[in-house]
Every structure is written in C-alpha cells, then in structure tokens.
Design a protein around this ligand. Structure first.
Ligand code: C2G
Length: 154
C-alpha cells in the first residue's frame, strides 16, 4: 500500500509552539511528513530577515519526531518538482497563505490549516527588541525597588 506523503514549506525561525502544533497535525494526516525549510537567501526574497541561520533551523526541524525528511526551500517554483519527485499526496500550509497555492491542486491535494493564535516569530522578535530597549537606569531602578520590597517583607 503506497504511503501517504505530506509536504509543507516554511521558515520555522525561532521554532515555537505554533510550528510544533502544525507539524504534529501534518504528521497525523499521512504516513510521511516532508518539510522544506526556507534558506536564508530565499527568505530575503520573501522580505524576511531570519534570526536563526538556515542550517540551525533545518537541524531543529529535522529533530522533531513528526518530521521524516527536511529539504531546503530555495525558490517558489520548486513545489511542483518536489511534489512529483517525492510522490506527494497532500500539500498543507497555514491559512495565512489561503488560496496562494491552489495551482498545486493539479498535482496533489491542497489544504490550508488555521494558524495557532497568540504566537508568531514576529511577536517573539518584538518582545526581544522591547527587552533590549529597557535602559540600564530603568533596570537599576527596578532592582532598587525590588530590594526595598524584599527588605519591607523581611
Ligand atoms: N504557523 C502556524 N501558526 C503560527 C505561526 C506559523 O500554524 N502561530 C505556520 C504557518 O502558517 C506556516 C508554518 O507554520 O504554515 C511556518 O510558518 P513560517 O515559518 O512563518 O513560514 P512562511 O515564512 O510563511 O513560509 O513557500 C511557503 C513559504 O516558505 C512559507
């Protein structure tokens, strides 16, 4: 019996629970899950500057128990050849791409899944940059207040 092959594509920068939930769900939809991870160069073309370099993002995705194969995503056009090359039955991606890959329906089933709310790489990056913006004086003042509170409670 032919194994059901599922494929998805993404940057997977600063790997988070939204990525994990997606990959877990994709694995439950078939027998083998292939993940094409966007290279740093390809991401620049998407207007995305990745924080974590490709080789680390690919290694993290490859270590996820739901993932059977990882390959680089170097261009928009590779999806059709990937689907043919790996005998893909199902292409799935988050619904932030709703409708964008319907042309693949000629080659395999296409599905768009709801994203996990409340988390995104952009949110994580924004939180990090907000922390970086806290001035040294503010940190020292905060420590003084904490120290005073600790003494009052002692
Ligand atoms: N995702 C999700 N929930 C989130 C964040 C992301 O389900 N909270 C999904 C996205 O919908 C996508 C996958 O996780 O299916 C990877 O997200 P990104 O790394 O942002 O992928 P993207 O840069 O959109 O690349 O050719 C397709 C592109 O390479 C997709």
């Amino acid at each position: 019996m032919k194994k059901k092959i599922v494929i998805t594509y993404g940057t997977f920068d600063m790997f988070h629970i939204g990525h994990l939930k997606l990959l877990k769900r994709l694995k439950s939809m078939g027998d083998e899950l292939i993940v094409a991870v966007s290279t740093d160069e390809f991401n620049l073309g998407k207007g995305k500057k990745t924080l974590i370099p490709y080789d680390q993002r690919a290694e993290i995705v490859a270590a996820i128990q739901y993932v059977d194969k990882v390959l680089p995503e170097t261009c928009w056009e590779q999806k059709v050849s990937d689907i043919k090359k790996f005998g893909v039955d199902l292409f799935v991606i988050g619904d932030d791409w709703q409708g964008k890959f319907d042309f693949l329906k000629e080659y395999c089933e296409v599905m768009y899944l709801a994203r996990t709310e409340g988390v995104s790489t952009t949110m994580l990056k924004d939180s990090l940059s907000a922390i970086k913006k806290i001035s040294k004086e503010d940190l020292i003042n905060a420590l003084d207040i904490l120290e005073r509170l600790r003494n009052d409670l002692a």
